[in-house]
Design a protein around this ligand. Structure first.
Ligand code: AP5
Ligand code: MG
Ligand code: ZN
Length: 215
C-alpha cells in the first residue's frame, strides 16, 4: 500500500506516519526528515537546503524527487510506503507518478488532514523530538511519561527544529497554500482523496486514518 499524508505544517503528518509504521510496519518517507539529516551531515544537498529550510521555503523539486527515488530503490518492492511531506508541488506530483509507475507501485490513498491554521502555530512552537530515535512530542499535547526520557528508547536529550518559530511557520503555511494545496485536484480527479478531521486529539485522528487504510 502507498499513501500520501497531505496537510499544512503541524497538521500531524509526522505523528500519524509514526503510528502507521508501528501498526502496519509501513515505511515512512519524510522528505523533511531526510533533508534535515542531510543538513546535519553537511552533504552537498544539505548545504544547499539549509538556508532555504530556515526561511521556510521549498527545496528544489529535482532534489526531493531524487531522494524519494533513491529511498524507494533502497527498500523491498513489497514494503508499504507513507509519503510524509511529499509531493508538495505539481512537478513533484508528476515525478511521483513516474517514480511509482517505474517500480510497479500505485497510489492507494491520499489522506488530507484538515486543520485550523490558527491552532497550528501552537502545535509547531510546542513540538520537540527525541534526539536519539526521533519520536515526536509536544509541550502540551504529547509529553513523555518521564520528563527527561524518551518513552520509546529511554534516552535523555530532546531537540527542537530551527524552522519552528512563528515567522518561519507563516512562510511555510503560505508555501503550502500557494503550491501544495493546488495539487489536491489531481488526486480528487482520481477519486483517491479521503479527508480526515485533523483537529481531534492524536488518537482520534489515528482512528480516522485506520478506517481508511485498514477498513
Ligand atoms: P517538513 O519537515 O515536511 O515540515 P512541514 O510540512 O512544515 O510539516 P511539519 O513536520 O512541521 O508538521 P507535521 O504535519 O509533520 O506535524 P507533526 O506530526 O510533527 O518540511 C520542512 C522543510 O523541509 C520545508 O519547509 C521545506 O523547506 C523542506 N521540504 C520538505 N519536504 C519538501 C518537499 N517535498 N519539497 C520541497 N521542500 C521540502 O505535529 C506537530 C506537533 O503537533 C507535534 O508536536 C505533535 O505532537 C503535535 N500534534 C500532532 N497531532 C496532534 C493532534 N491531533 N492534537 C494535538 N497535537 C498534535
Ligand atoms: Mg513532519
Ligand atoms: Zn527516543
Amino acid at each position: 500500500m502507498n499513501i500520501i499524508l497531505l496537510g499544512p505544517p503541524g497538521a500531524g503528518k509526522g505523528t500519524q506516519a509514526q503510528r502507521l509504521v508501528e501498526r502496519h510496519g509501513m515505511r515512512q518517507l519524510s522528505t523533511g526528515d531526510m533533508l534535515r539529516a542531510a543538513v546535519r551531515a553537511k552533504t552537498p544537498v544539505g548545504l544547499q537546503a539549509k538556508a532555504v529550510m530556515e526561511r521556510g521555503e521549498l527545496v528544489s523539486d529535482a532534489i526531493v524527487s531524487a531522494i524519494i527515488g533513491y529511498e524507494l530503490d533502497a527498500m523491498g518492492p513489497d514494503a508499504g510506503v507513507i509519503f510524509d511531506g511529499y509531493p508538495r508541488t505539481a512537478a513533484q506530483a508528476e515525478a511521483l507518478d513516474a517514480l511509482l509507475a517505474e517500480r510497479g507501485r500505485k497510489l492507494d490513498h491520499v489522506v488530507e488532514l484538515e486543520v485550523d491554521e490558527d491552532a497550528l502555530v501552537e502545535r509547531i512552537t510546542g513540538r520537540f523530538t527525541c534526539a536519539s530515535c526521533g519520536k515526536g512530542y509536544h509541550d502540551k499535547f504529547d509529553r513523555p511519561r518521564m520528563p527527561d526520557n524518551c518513552d520509546k528508547c529511554g534516552n535523555s536529550g530532546f531537540k527542537r527544529r530551527p524552522d519552528d518559530n512563528e515567522e518561519t511557520v507563516r512562510t511555510r503555511m503560505a508555501e503550502y497554500r500557494g503550491k501544495t494545496e493546488p495539487i489536491l485536484p489531481i488526486y480528487n480527479a482520481r477519486g483517491i482523496v479521503s479527508r480526515v478531521d485533523g483537529m481531534g486529539d492524536i488518537d482520534q485522528v489515528t482512528a480516522a486514518i485506520e478506517k481508511i487504510v485498514a477498513p
